[in-house]
Design a protein around this ligand. Structure first.
Ligand code: ATP
Ligand code: MG
Length: 149
């Protein structure tokens, strides 16, 4: 369905109960607040919530979370950045595998399936996902979605 991604993502985030409880600041950045894209609503919601909950879970209060949108040719680039624990270079190659969890998350609960679901949902949109991360500094997940309009 055709929808305005910026509005859609903002709505999902502001309705997310854990985020309200965590009282974490979210910084939204976009060049245009009207980025219309053809997406599957349920899958898109899974992508946004899983990425956002990782950002919250793997960073500490009061570190803010940045959500940004960029347009590039016929694509939208959606990214979520945290200033959290980060992922080692070696482990960055493994995080999309089902049940994989990095060494530095032993004390943080999770099943290791969120990113597997996200990758699948991104592929179903013919998109791409990549991770940029540095241990102890933070992480950005970047999703490129084709968006012909
Ligand atoms: P869940 O299935 O509940 O999402 P999870 O968060 O452990 O559990 P994934 O979301 O698939 O599973 O993430 C896999 C692993 O990748 C995590 O266990 C963690 O090691 C690493 N990871 C993912 N996102 C981040 C992040 N933003 N910062 C640091 N590490 C991350
Ligand atoms: Mg997760």
């Amino acid at each position: 369905i055709e929808l305005n991604l910026v509005e859609f993502v903002k709505e999902i985030i502001y309705e997310y109960q854990l985020f309200k409880i965590a009282k974490r600041e979210v910084d939204f950045r976009f060049v245009s607040d009207e980025i219309v894209c053809n997406v599957d609503i349920k899958l898109m919601k899974q992508i946004v919530l899983n990425l956002f909950s990782n950002a919250l879970k793997y960073s500490e209060f009061p570190k803010p979370i940045l959500i940004s949108f960029l347009k590039e040719n016929d694509s939208v680039i959606f990214s979520v950045t945290d200033q959290g624990i980060g992922i080692s270079k070696k482990e960055q190659k493994l995080i999309f595998e089902p049940f994989f969890r990095a060494n530095n998350v032993e004390n943080i609960p999770g099943t290791g399936l969120g990113l597997t679901i996200i990758e699948r949902a991104v592929n179903m949109h013919n998109g791409k996902i990549e991770v940029l991360s540095e241990l102890g500094k933070g992480t950005t997940f970047r999703i490129v979605l084709p968006c012909n309009n």
